[in-house]
Unconditional design. Structure first.
Length: 159
């Protein structure tokens, strides 16, 4: 029997026993150093993304900083935090396609340095269009698109 593929919203809702705090060990210490880290739950990342108001943006690293403080760890896992922001973005697009009006404003969550995430629904141009509609200026840097004046546009009151 063929396995039914989960929807993005189902993936977002699946906590998989997360959040979980771990100790950096073995080969990971070369990359991350010693200490503790948190792997957040997908919904936690989504909840942080929902806090960003119109006209403001955050980076995935900003989300990680909040999670680090919340769990009193040395850092939040960059891989899972990025993956969960991607799942939240696709779950929001799925909800929007189903007619939902209030969705997670995923376009306001950027990669490091203010880069638009090309893996978000619709790709960089669709995300750039949403950001421009909220008053952001978008600049090209090679093949990458970035939000201009990132420091002035950052939302710093995530909880």
């Amino acid at each position: 029997m063929a396995q039914v593929k989960k929807s993005w919203r189902e993936k977002l809702a699946n906590a998989k026993g997360l959040p979980r705090i771990g100790q950096v060990t073995g080969k990971l210490t070369r990359r991350w150093g010693a200490g503790t880290f948190v792997i957040p739950a997908p919904r936690e990342v989504d909840a942080l993304m929902k806090q960003v108001p119109k006209g403001r943006v955050v980076t995935v690293n900003d989300l990680r900083a909040v999670l680090t403080r919340k769990y009193h760890t040395d850092f939040a896992c960059p891989l899972t935090t990025g993956i969960f922001s991607w799942i939240a973005a696709h779950a929001a697009a799925e909800a929007e396609a189903a007619g939902k009006k209030r969705i997670t404003p995923y376009w306001r969550t950027l990669k490091t340095g203010g880069e638009i995430n090309p893996k978000y629904p619709g790709g960089v141009e669709a995300v750039a269009t949403r950001l421009r509609a909220e008053g952001h200026q978008i600049i090209a840097q090679g093949k990458r698109l970035l939000v201009a004046d990132l420091e002035k546009k950052l939302f710093t009151r995530l909880k």
